[in-house]
Design a protein around this ligand. Structure first.
Ligand SMILES: C[S@@+](CC[C@H](N)C(=O)[O-])C[C@H]1O[C@@H](n2cnc3c(N)ncnc32)[C@H](O)[C@@H]1O
Length: 323
């Protein structure tokens, strides 16, 4: 037991569940981050780089650790996970809720505060990451904190290979945060598609829904509200297109409110419905920032905008055409 780490986890848990003061949440998560770092296998973590896959980059343990500091993201994902567990517990009274946490990073960040709310006979985590350094470190943190009883398994594997290697396994809840804004760069879409068959019939996928939209933003004109062109992609556990949904293709129409002669930038928007009322809104976190994909669109270029890109691909792979 590490008393200081324990204290800062309790403090962060309080800030997450009982406060809406973002400065208090920031401060307590920063202090927890410092303590987690101090207790970590830093040589092992720093030695491990990103891993590239055809469906996106699996970010390095170091970068994954830093995700904790995106306060709005961490607070809302943890609240959403806790709400999903409560809902499951109500439905299956008495039965332990099994949770697969895919892409746990070196701290198993989203699981830690939740252990303060339940008993080990109520929830059991299987945590998984492609990076051995992350799995080793997460296991170490859990042991130091004396919360091993909440963890059923630590798995070092590509999440995309996990279902075929474990065909009889099912989970009540699956959680993954392996994304950046616009569902670019990281493999959230592929992981959601690959893992959703591992849910029990009434199982909950966290996040429940990721909504990608498009907006026009007038260049060089301050305070002009962006013009929404609509949703171009919805990722849920039921999204079942091509294998691992590699390509997003969509057409949008420019509404009449776009002004002739003005130059617009085109941006991707992201909203994440984590669970129930816990929603990460556009621009609230690094993973829901607007992503500019083309500058200098003019209405006379055409009223339809076509967008295509591989989910998990880089920004330079986004194709935008007006016609
Ligand atoms: C954005 S970080 C999130 C870290 C932590 N879960 C959090 O929420 O703070 C994503 C993590 O997912 C892991 N990951 C990404 N793609 C993966 C894959 N295909 N299989 C297993 N792990 C993956 C990365 O190694 C990284 O640790």
């Amino acid at each position: 037991m590490n008393k200081s780490l324990d204290f800062h986890l309790q403090n962060s848990t309080y800030a997450i569940f009982h406060s809406n003061d973002s400065r208090y949440q920031d401060l307590s998560l920063n202090m927890l981050y410092e303590e987690l770092n101090a207790a970590s296998l830093n040589d092992v973590i720093e030695d491990c780089d990103d891993t590239e896959t055809p469906y996106g980059t699996c970010i390095s343990p170091w970068d994954a650790a830093n995700c904790l500091l995106d306060t709005a993201r961490t607070v809302k994902f943890v609240r959403g996970l806790a709400a999903a567990i409560r809902k499951k517990r109500k439905k299956q009274s008495g039965k332990k809720v099994s949770i697969l946490y895919a892409g746990c990073g070196p701290f198993a960040t989203l699981a830690l505060p939740v252990t303060a709310l339940f008993n080990p006979n109520q929830i059991g985590f299987t945590v998984l990451d492609i990076h051995e350094a992350s799995i080793k470190n997460a296991q170490r943190i859990v042991e130091i904190m004396n919360i091993s009883a909440y963890f059923d398994d630590f798995v070092c594997q590509n999440a995309l290979d996990y279902p075929s290697a474990n065909q009889d396994k099912k989970f009540d809840i699956i959680i993954t945060e392996t994304m950046t804004a616009g569902l670019l760069n990281e493999p959230q879409a592929a992981i959601t598609t690959a893992l959703s068959d591992m849910l029990e019939p009434d199982g909950i996928f966290v996040p429940e829904q990721i909504i990608i939209g498009v907006k026009l933003k007038a260049e060089k004109i301050l305070n002009q509200p962006a013009i929404p062109l609509g949703t171009i992609f919805l990722l849920t556990k039921d999204t079942k297109p091509d294998k691992y949904i590699p390509l997003l293709k969509a057409n949008t129409k420019t509404p009449p409110t776009a002004e002739d002669g003005l130059e617009y930038g085109i941006m991707l928007t992201t909203q994440i419905k984590i669970f129930g009322p816990h929603i990460l809104q556009e621009g609230e976190s690094a993973i829901t920032m607007h992503v500019p994909i083309k500058k200098t669109y003019k209405k006379e270029d055409g009223s339809q905008i076509r967008i295509a890109y591989p989910l998990g691909g880089g920004i330079n792979e986004v194709r935008v055409k007006a016609f």
